[in-house]
Design a protein. Sequence first.
Lengths: 241, 197
Amino acid sequence: MTTTSTLVLENVERTHGTGETAVHALRGVSLTVSAGELVAVMGPSGSGKSTLLNVAGGLDTPTGGTVSVDGADLAGLSRAGLDRLRRRTMGFVFQDLNLIPSLTAIENVSLPLELDGLSVRKARAAAKDALGKVGILELADRFPEHMSGGQQQRAAIARALVGDRRLVLADEPTGALDSTTGEAVLRTLRDQCDDGAAGLLVTHESRHAAWADRVVFLRDGVVVDTTGDPATPESLLSRVI
Amino acid sequence: MSIKHSLLALLQSGPMYGAQLRQEFEHRTGGTWPLNVGQVYTTLGRLERDALVVSTGAADEEGRIAYQLTDAGRAEVQQWWSVPVGREQTPRNELAIKLALAVTLPGVDVQQIVQTQRTATMTHLRDLTRLKRGADGEDLAWELVLESLIFADEAEVRWLDHVEARISRLTPTRAKASRTAPVATAENAGAREGARR
């Protein structure tokens, strides 16, 4: 099990401030996400879900415990090493899409690879692949303003997944999208995990969390419960109905 | 559930015997509400007594009797399609009853009941979603039944979230008093994060 665990959080704590005014956003969270697995985190506002995602992606530093990605303890990495890991191994999808308006879809998607030193030709080829996977290859040369919200979100997902991303971190990725488009976005995320990526999805929508293999419930910075492992296809029908 | 009307509706497509009716019913609803063949024959017996169906003749060599709709039966089906499903009698909802009792009786950990139920309902919702993912869009009837169950689970989780929020608003002093200091500060964090959103 440990060999295939892409993301391992062990007893992670995140406290802001000290003494009487200290705010404990995470209070000893342990969580493992394996390759091929999508794990959803649910909880009320202020339960620590976004902090958890930020800590997992090295965007925030825990005040206790360890976070490892692909076997590397994030605390042991240099700034440059962490940047490299984030660029090469992790993909982020946030509610606000953060597409660069002056770049076309394919330029947006290939940018992280180009920043990483890949030749433009190779980066564009990988970006084309990623756009194809999310089903918007025909929009490669469009600027964000000429794409619908759903198309932009898929471009953002393609950017998060381009290259060899083994860990995808998504914070309310369906944001303001209508339910059909939101479902397409989740299907894309799910497909990526079925293809071997590890995924962590923060959401308050049960309908979206239901796409995950496991759902972790967070409350006041603590994991209060987790759904069981998915049923096998054979037992699924008899258990569901 | 109206087995009576379901059987009458199926007979609109032509005469059928009991086992066939059961098979057609389960096929269209994905086996979500299994019928036993005894239920089917008991219902057919009542429908025949009420002159809504009539047997097409004697039993075949395997002892099966096919039934068809009478004019009254056809009218009954038309009536069923035209009126809404009754909402006058609220079906007994064990979860609502359980929580209504839990919030009014001393010494019950309502928050734990809510969380235990939420986990169970989310597990069910996830399993339904997996079934839906596997569906290829070719079996509309089954997928609609599945989606009905998905929407019901979703509504239940939303309601549980609502219950939890209402309880924490109603009893702030009790909730705070029962918690340790770090939790109380985590609640401040919650307020701050909430304010950012």
